[in-house]
Design a protein around this ligand. Structure first.
Ligand code: G3P
Length: 218
């Protein structure tokens, strides 16, 4: 499973990129709005930092407008993936754009049916939202499990980006169920590395080593 970061913050992207584990970035209109900058400028800057796929979302709802926005976004850099919400107009746009080799990430996926339609229309990625399903009393992980087996059964090469990840348990389960990618918020990346036994272990090693240090050396 590859790791993407779900953010539009340049600072967060640079920090996680420095860990050597980052394969791509996903943004959405809410994340872009938080940065208070021009949309295209943010996307361009991100695409210059990370080599992998950078998802930038369209805000139009009619097919023609979606296609127009998508073409402009795709021109920003070779690694831009256009994120399109899964609607009928969105599907029509995915069909047109995939024929032009513009990569699409179909977003706001909440069911296997939505995902299979996006994949058949030509989407390179689908983004099922785990956390938002959990929020309304469903188990978002079941969608990831079902999607993984459906895509495997029918040899569909559209990649599954587990999105709307809220905690480390989501990631642990995504690894076990076979999501291709998890797009993770910065604070969850930080939680992934933490373990209280690592902290107390470091503390004990340093305290035991104090006497050795007092004898000299580097
Ligand atoms: O970028 C899409 C998705 O990850 C949003 O997550 O936490 O707003 O449900 P969230």
């Amino acid at each position: 499973m590859k790791f993407f970061i779900d953010t539009a913050s340049i600072e967060e992207i640079k920090e996680i990129d420095s860990w050597g584990i980052l394969s791509g970035v996903t943004t959405n209109p809410s994340l872009i709005a938080k940065e208070g900058r021009v949309f295209e400028d943010v996307v361009k800057e991100i695409s210059e930092i990370v080599d992998g796929p950078i998802s930038a979302e369209v805000t139009a709802s009619e097919c023609d407008e979606i296609v127009k926005q998508a073409r402009l976004l795709a021109k920003i850099s070779d690694n831009i993936v256009v994120k399109i919400p899964i609607t009928i107009e969105g599907l029509k746009a995915i069909k047109i754009l995939s024929k032009e080799n513009i990569k699409v990430n179909a977003t706001l996926i909440f069911s296997v049916n939505q995902a299979i339609l996006a994949a058949r229309a030509g989407a390179k990625y689908v983004s099922p939202f785990i956390g938002r399903l959990d929020d309304i009393g469903y188990d978002g992980m079941i969608l990831i499990q079902e999607l993984s087996s459906v895509f495997k059964n029918y040899n569909i090469d559209t990649e599954i980006i587990a999105a709307s990840i809220r905690n480390t348990e989501h990631i642990h389960k995504c690894l076990l169920t076979g999501a291709d990618i998890a797009t993770i918020p910065y604070k969850v990346f930080v939680q992934m590395i933490k373990h209280p036994l690592t902290d107390s272990g470091i503390e004990r090693f340093l305290s035991d080593f104090k006497d050795v240090k007092s004898k000299g050396g580097f």
